[in-house]
Write a protein that binds this ligand. Structure first.
Ligand code: BG6
Length: 508
């Protein structure tokens, strides 16, 4: 098994929720699977005063996101010996000298060869503070080993702040040292989009404006904002999900084939795609950019709060918990093909998928139960859950005549590997450890996506005439979003939990 080079993994914001929920479980999984080098240590850095022992207990031993069991407990005990903690005020440059001393102590002890990953799992206002402080104490220099910086989303709150952040990071770090994490790119199924398209000869000839009628991308969540109301209200669905995760998915669906499978080649094609997005005209905002907010409702017999009743959300909030856009990609391949992208909280189920709808055959020859059969073929690429692929098409009903029915051909990821599909964070952290930025967002891409989304964010903030539609919790969002797609004589595919649900059984 290929392991990674010796290094120290430093987490800023180590006493926070993400560290417990995602980062430590992912690093521990990598450790168990033999991906970590023997010469490895992890240093947690945060403001809270904790000893090494207390940190180990908090993030590892008493972490409900890590399963227990005799074998796992033995591995936990061995892994705990590599975990350390340093309390500092992350704004105070003087405190960073303590980080320098701790790192050199750990380097001596574990033989980590000067290689360090700094992972920023902190509030975003610290994203330019911490890297600048690290540079002030020389921790950005790569004279003795490599230095990498991993940054969580949100990467900027708008175009201006994203540009400022990129500029501030690049004052001290090279683009090749910066890893902007977008956990959607770590999902196997999102990576598989590239393999489906470019490892097969059958899809790509159809993958263009001549054969594709339109493309839908849906990411639905059944839960509300939970305890994150304070953060979410400053963000909203467009910035929280669409500007980053879903636009990355669009890039994987729509980009041109890269010259090879290297990080540079793939990221270059994605940048080109983002540059080709046709920006919405303000006159389209009313019809092609729909926002909604969930209202209180009964869901499966239980009363569910409306968004404005959630903790930390103002009573008169206009923040969107649902966003749907219709847009075009202005290039040779996609000109004239509408892309519909939507995301929302408190929708009926948790599902993320892409639907490529192909054009109808030019002549409707055969009959189905409703008359002439002229269904579009669809290719559904399921990101989660029930990961897989479904191709729908017409088949003859056995018997007399030429009656046609719609059938599906499906592939489920679970048939391919016995183990669970690896979690996104595991894959992404491993890549950062290996120095492979393919699945990380390039600074240019982030800025192009903001350029596209910024005018809409701005209009939603400042134009009181643009409505925020209420939708009852547990439904598929505002009707206005259905109107957006209906001129194409189409509807959203409102999916079930199970990929191949037919009309008689739909598990939510
Ligand atoms: C996060 C958003 O980036 O992604 C959350 O901030 C959202 O609001 C989450 O719930 C969705 O991720 P996943 O992997 O559960 O689909």
């Amino acid at each position: 098994m290929k392991s990674t080079e010796p290094h120290i993994f430093v987490i800023f914001g180590a006493s926070g929720d993400l560290t417990r929920r995602k980062l430590i479980p992912a690093v521990f999984e990598l450790y168990k699977s033999g991906y970590l080098p023997d010469d490895f240590a992890l240093l947690g850095v945060s403001r809270s005063k904790l000893s090494d022992e207390q940190f180990r207990h908090q993030v590892l031993e008493s972490n409900e996101h890590i399963e227990s069991g005799a074998e796992t407990d033995r591995q936990k005990a061995a892994f705990a010996e590599r975990l350390f903690y340093e309390a500092i005020d992350t704004k105070e440059v003087a405190d960073y000298q303590r980080v320098v001393s701790r790192l050199s102590e750990l380097e001596q002890r574990f033989g980590t060869a000067g290689n360090i990953i700094f992972y920023l799992s902190t509030p975003p206002f610290l994203y330019d503070v911490i890297p600048a402080r690290l540079a002030e104490v020389g921790l950005h220099r790569q004279e003795n080993g490599w230095r990498r910086l991993v940054i969580e989303k949100p990467f900027g709150a708008d175009l201006a702040s994203a540009r400022n952040l990129n500029a501030s990071l690049k004052r001290n770090f090279d683009e090749s040292q910066i890893y902007r994490i977008d956990h959607y790119l770590g999902k196997e199924t999102v990576q598989n989009l590239l393999v489906t398209r470019f490892a097969n000869g059958i899809f790509e000839p159809l993958w263009n404006r001549n054969y594709v009628h339109h493309v839908q991308v849906t990411s639905a969540e059944p839960f509300g904002v939970g305890g994150r109301g304070g953060y979410y209200d400053t963000s909203g669905a467009l910035r929280d999900m669409l500007q980053n995760h879903l636009m990355q998915v669009v890039a994987h669906v729509a980009m041109e084939p890269p010259v090879d499978a290297s990080a540079d080649a793939i990221r270059a094609e994605k940048s080109k795609l983002f540059r080709s997005l046709r920006h919405l005209d303000p006159s389209d905002f009313r019809t092609d950019a729909i926002r909604g907010q969930y209202t209180s409702s009964m869901v499966r017999g239980e009363k569910v709060n409306g968004y404005r009743d959630e903790e930390g959300v103002p009573d008169d909030s206009k923040t969107e918990t649902y966003a749907a856009l219709k847009f075009y990609i202005e290039n040779w391949r996609w000109s004239g093909v509408p892309f519909y992208v939507r995301t929302g909280k408190r929708l009926p189920t948790r599902v993320a998928e892409i639907v490529v709808t192909f054009k109808r055959p030019p002549q409707a020859l055969f009959r189905d139960a409703h008359g002439m059969f002229d269904e579009n073929n669809q290719l559904i690429m399921r990101i989660q859950p029930d990961e897989g692929l479904l191709l729908s098409f017409g088949m003859k009903v056995p018997g007399e005549g030429f009656n046609v029915t719609k059938v599906g051909m499906d592939f489920h990821y679970k048939d391919l590997c016995e183990d669970d599909v690896p979690a996104a964070y595991e894959r992404l952290l491993l890549d950062a450890m290996k120095g492979d930025p393919t699945l990380y967002a390039h600074g240019d891409s982030v800025e192009y996506c903001w350029e596209f989304v910024d005018p809409i964010v701005d209009a939603w903030k400042n134009d009181p005439d643009l409505p925020v539609y209420g939708y009852p919790a547990g439904t598929w969002g505002p009707e206005a979003a259905d109107d957006m797609i209906s001129p194409e004589a189409m509807t959203w595919r409102n999916p079930c939990r199970n990929l191949t649900a037919d009309l008689t059984y739909c598990e939510l």
